[in-house]
Design a protein around this ligand. Structure first.
Ligand SMILES: C[S@@+](CC[C@H](N)C(=O)[O-])C[C@H]1O[C@@H](n2cnc3c(N)ncnc32)[C@H](O)[C@@H]1O
Length: 265
């Protein structure tokens, strides 16, 4: 994991390099539309307030639970007691990005969605709200955290989430056997090179031309930057969009040459 000052420097370079975020100069109608209608959609969708209310409750919840710690590098180290608030503070994708993921699902309407790393289920809730006809298959290693996520799905009355508990390495391939195709995947756990590549390759086996894969924390560490470079160079990948804290990957055939965008968000 990079130190804060290193991440700050990388972020500064990203801001200098990034396209203005309005889509001018992209020369790709698909990406231009993505920027205009998804990235820059400022509307407040109906589900936002309920999910953000729940986030605030979790951030204030001092109850302690014993969690199997998958840690920063996600090697299962030990169990430890943590407050719900501390888990929420350190794990949940901030509102800005979670709501962007909601808008991606809401706009493109993927039917089968995979999320690796449920934590307390805030982003899963956004994904599930984006298309209530979709199924969100979400995966979490820590059973106590997963139990809390399930309570959260119930309180938000979300019925289209299928949560699998266990190490991704043991659960992903068996669960994927139940899916015909994966239309949208958010990889948000186990931020190391090898596992990220392995999960990406597994997802690819069920991808189609319209599948979108979102990788979290692509500049978080040297390993993650290497994983992002691997994904960008992958022969199946036709376009990527670097938003610094997340990377968006497309396989659409209409792009003749590989296009790697860096866009301000
Ligand atoms: C960053 S959090 C996910 C946050 C969630 N997507 C959100 O934005 O609301 C990552 C989660 O992945 C889980 N995790 C990490 N490595 C894992 C592994 N190898 N198997 C299963 N779960 C894992 C951790 O327990 C943690 O809860």
């Amino acid at each position: 994991m990079y130190k804060n000052y290193q991440l700050g420097w990388l972020y500064f370079k990203y801001r200098l390099k990034a396209l203005n975020g309005k889509g001018h100069g992209t020369h790709s109608p698909f990406v231009y539309t993505f920027i205009r209608d998804v990235l820059n959609d400022k509307r407040k969708f109906y589900c936002y307030s309920g999910i953000e209310f729940l986030r605030r409750q979790l951030l204030a919840d001092k109850k302690k639970i014993v969690v199997e710690d998958f840690g920063a590098g996600s090697k299962l180290n030990k169990t430890k007691e943590r407050t719900i608030a501390a888990i929420a503070y350190s794990s949940l994708k901030p509102k800005k990005y979670a709501q962007l993921l909601f808008r991606m699902v809401n706009y493109y309407q993927p039917k089968t969605i995979v999320e690796l790393g449920t934590s307390l289920g805030i982003t899963s809730s956004y994904l599930a709200s984006g298309n209530t006809n979709a199924t969100v298959y979400t995966f979490e290693g820590s059973s106590s955290v997963a139990t809390k996520a399930k309570e959260n799905f119930t309180s938000l009355k979300l019925e289209n989430i299928d949560l699998t508990v266990g190490n991704f390495d043991d659960t992903l391939s068996a669960k994927m056997a139940e899916m015909n195709s994966i239309d949208f995947a958010f990889l948000d756990g186990n931020h190391r090179y090898e596992p990220t590549i392995n999960y990406f390759e597994q997802i690819l086996t069920k991808s189609n031309d319209d599948t979108m894969v979102i990788l979290d924390d692509i500049h978080w560490s040297k390993e993650m930057e290497e994983a992002w470079a691997y994904v960008q160079n992958h022969p199946r990948v036709t376009t990527t969009i670097d938003l610094f804290f997340i990377g968006v990957v497309f396989f659409r055939k209409e792009f003749k040459n590989k296009q790697l965008f860096v866009i301000k968000y």
